[in-house]
Design a protein around this ligand. Structure first.
Ligand code: SF4
Ligand code: SF3
Length: 555
């Protein structure tokens, strides 16, 4: 295997024997095969849209499969060989339906790969993946810098597909323009052509597509569950039977809340599910009692200590310990061999039964601790006048956005230290599970600015990154300046491919001076990094004290 798609990759180089995430060489090879199938089906979708007469149902199925199959290959999503092989088989079925239409397709060799002859044998599907592993594809392109650009586009598009899968979950429909663009970009990424300019443009196109996907997801959330509003969330336990829900899919949480109503079971959020408490359509359920635990990387301890079943709707999952495997349930694109999976009918009966059989929390923790969530752009923009006034009067010196992913590495403390070291007249916005590096800081808990506004405002999941885009654009409009002229600095903690998509979105909007850490991606070559530094002043996170000084100087 050779996988370097995420920040935690072995020695900041690549996972070559087994993933740091726990992914085996076999699963990695199957995922390589699946991604070749995604590109093949995308090539057929591009051809089908060109003739314009293809059965809409076939395109709908191909759209759904493209998003879900791609999502299953993200870091910490699916560790089940059988589930990945099933996605490949569904892809082969789609490929055959397109082939039967007699369309003319780019990259015919890849588009017509005969996976059908090997799809019954997992070993052969794996063999194909080994034969098309990253180093082999890199050698076929023959230019490391171009391949680096291809990887940037690939990982960013994986993230965008995951976000689009979340939007489909909520809406049940696709934005046809977005899907057309996604398939066109996968088709471009299928080519071995070492086209530097084209691949750079392609990466920026991924960022631009992802901006539209995030906007769609943002409106889908608000349309289905109401506009998020600042809401204190209880971070301590309440006596009684309990179910824990992790991941990002709010529609799954809503279904669970409906099915547990009146059953005497309390529902808790974990990790990226925390912002759920800010949605009127979810917080109306009194048995959504609070939040338990911290970010995904602590789940092996936190899940083990939770006295009830646990549902993981999407990323990030870790291969479970025996201590809780029997009460763990996966959903959607998430999979782990031997772990029960809740199907698309969202029938939570086995989870509810198990929760009723267990004791739950023996007592309510007092005094309770609270954390406020829900500073979505809809809640922040009404404060824009106050923010601008504070900036102009000098009461607010700078806004610093700390967003992205959390992870296990000790050097992610950079983000806690940065937040704590920033002057007291700075406003800190958080996004994604990187928020966990900030919201548990005793120093920042309950801190306010001179005008009474909270110093730390959490804008939501990484899925809510659109909020940062809206707030920055609207502040720039109000102050009649460019985004880069705002007293705004960004520090991004990256780990998996959703963070890559968000980074490309910011770059495609021309946002400069982003600090990226805790280390730079292994797939970016020095030459590509030079281009990104020159064009966008993208820089690695450094020494906290020095970074605070530079940030306060607007650098
Ligand atoms: Fe390694 Fe990350 Fe790939 Fe897992 S997803 S195998 S940790 S690079
Ligand atoms: Fe977190 Fe996976 Fe990236 Fe949603 S849950 S931000 S790491």
């Amino acid at each position: 295997m050779f996988c370097r798609q995420c920040e935690q990759t072995q020695h900041h180089f690549a996972c070559t024997t087994v993933g740091v995430c726990g992914k085996t060489s076999e699963t990695s090879a199957l995922q390589d095969t699946l991604m070749e199938a995604v590109k093949a089906v995308s090539l057929w979708c591009v051809a089908a849209r060109q003739i314009g007469t293809v059965d809409p149902q076939l395109l709908h199925e191909a759209n759904k499969w493209t998003l879900q199959a791609t999502f299953s290959t993200l870091t910490n999503v699916n560790f089940s060989d059988e589930a990945i092989a099933d996605y490949i088989r569904q892809g082969v079925d789609l490929q055959q339906q397109f082939q039967a239409l007699g369309l003319s397709v780019q990259e015919p060799q890849l588009a017509n790969t005969n996976w059908a002859s090997i799809q019954d044998s997992i070993e052969e599907l794996e063999e194909y993946g080994h034969a098309h592993s990253l180093p082999k594809r890199q050698a076929a392109m023959g230019n490391d810098d171009c391949f680096s650009l291809n990887e940037i586009g690939t990982y960013g598009l994986k993230g965008a597909c995951a976000y689009a899968a979340h939007a489909y979950q909520l809406l049940g429909t696709f934005d046809e323009e977005i899907m057309k663009d996604i398939h066109e970009v996968w088709a471009k990424l299928a080519s071995n052509e070492a086209d530097t300019e084209g691949l750079l443009q392609n990466a920026m196109r991924v960022g631009e597509i992802n901006a539209r996907v995030l906007a769609l997801l943002d409106s889908a959330h608000a349309e289905k569950l109401g506009a998020p509003e600042p809401t204190p969330v209880r971070m301590t336990a309440t006596e009684g039977k309990a179910i824990l829900v992790s991941g990002h899919d709010l529609a799954d949480l809503e279904a669970l809340l409906k099915q547990t109503e009146g059953k005497g079971i309390n529902v808790y959020t974990h990790g990226e599910m925390t912002p759920a408490h800010s949605y009127p359509g979810l917080k109306k359920y009194p048995h959504l009692v609070g939040n338990y635990g911290t970010a995904w990387q602590n789940q092996k301890f936190e899940f083990a200590g939770f006295p009830g079943p646990i549902v993981v709707t999407t990323n990030c999952i870790q291969i479970p310990r025996r201590a809780y495997k029997e009460r763990l349930y996966t959903m959607n694109e998430v999979g782990v061999t031997g772990v029960k999976h809740i199907g698309s009918d969202r029938d939570f009966s086995p989870v509810i039964e198990q929760a009723l059989e267990m004791k739950g929390f023996p007592k309510t923790v007092e005094p309770a601790k609270y954390h406020t969530v829900g500073f979505n752009h809809r809640a922040v923009l009404p404060l824009a006048g106050k923010v601008i006034e504070a900036v102009q009067s000098g009461a607010l010196s700078r806004i610093v956005l700390i967003g992205g992913c959390d992870g296990t590495q000790w050097d992610r403390n950079y983000f806690t230290n940065l937040a704590e070291e920033l002057p007291e007249d700075t406003l800190i916005l958080t996004l994604g599970c990187a928020k966990n590096r900030v919201i548990h800081s005793e120093k920042l808990l309950g801190a306010t600015l001179a005008n009474g506004m909270p110093r730390v405002m959490d804008m939501g999941q990484c899925n809510d990154s659109y909020s940062a885009v809206v707030v920055a654009s609207e502040l720039a409009k109000a102050l009649n300046c460019g985004i880069n002229d705002l007293p705004l600095s960004l520090a991004l903690s990256h780990l998996e491919q959703k963070a890559a998509a968000v980074l490309l979105t910011l770059l495609s909007m021309g946002v400069k001076n982003i600090r990226l850490g805790p280390s730079l991606p292994a797939f970016v070559t020095p030459n590509v990094l030079n281009v990104l530094s020159q064009n966008y002043n993208l820089m690695p996170t450094g020494d906290v004290q020095e970074d605070v000084v530079s940030i306060m100087e607007g650098k």
